[in-house]
Design a protein around this ligand. Sequence first.
Ligand SMILES: Nc1nc2c(ncn2[C@@H]2O[C@H](COP(=O)(O)OP(=O)(O)OP(=O)(O)O)[C@@H](O)[C@H]2O)c(=O)[nH]1
Ligand SMILES: [Mg+2]
Length: 222
Amino acid sequence: MGCASSFPGKNVGRSGSLNGEQTVANDPKNIRVKLVLLGDSGVGKSCIVLRFVRGQFDPTSKVTVGASFLSQTIALQDSTTVKFEIWDTAGQERYAALAPLYYRGAAVAVVVYDITSPDSFLKAQYWVKELQKHGSPDIVMALVGNKADLHENRKVSAQDAMEYAEKNGMFFIETSAKTADNINQLFEGTGIYLYRNKTQLSWITCNNRPKCRSCICCYEVP
Ligand SMILES: Nc1nc2c(ncn2[C@@H]2O[C@H](COP(=O)(O)OP(=O)(O)OP(=O)(O)O)[C@@H](O)[C@H]2O)c(=O)[nH]1
Ligand SMILES: [Mg+2]
């Protein structure tokens, strides 16, 4: 799926701060990005992060309590580095009131649903509205349909999700933390987007590979 290369980086520590002042750092060669994951419990947020940071999948992943912090640095093709400071929030209702602590000051919000669960898609829409009301005005939002490996039980069509994402100025991508499909593309694409000062790139796998240069899967940093 897709043709983007991945640049596995190093886990650079657990020193996240909640002050939310700095979202994207100014050094153009070393970008620092505060990223928050939101979405219903069980959609796979923690598994997406685990796959991205450690390259692993945990079929017995436990529910997140409060939130957890991890960071990961990737290198783009011209050796610009992007350090993601990732807040993985708890999807259970009882933690919903804590979410603003984590999305405040975030440069990127990754809103996740499970493609087999229409309820989780509705919950994703709730989070999008919440971010539109209370998030940073220039927050970058990605809509992520996870568990794409379970396509035989699909209940949310990619077309519906894509249309919703377009209407709300979001990126859209389907991932599988289990098979690793599109996980690196999700983060790498976010990094390239921020690096290019938010120049629009399409996240849809294009038909003009390898060189349309306008979608994440073909883009090369000059
Ligand atoms: N088949 C499949 N299962 C997945 C995938 N991602 C996560 N899961 C499973 O879904 C369950 C929930 O995953 P978590 O990552 O813990 O979910 P979460 O969104 O972090 O849930 P909360 O922490 O409660 O908000 C676990 O049993 C995972 O193994 C995926 O891409 N495919
Ligand atoms: Mg979790």
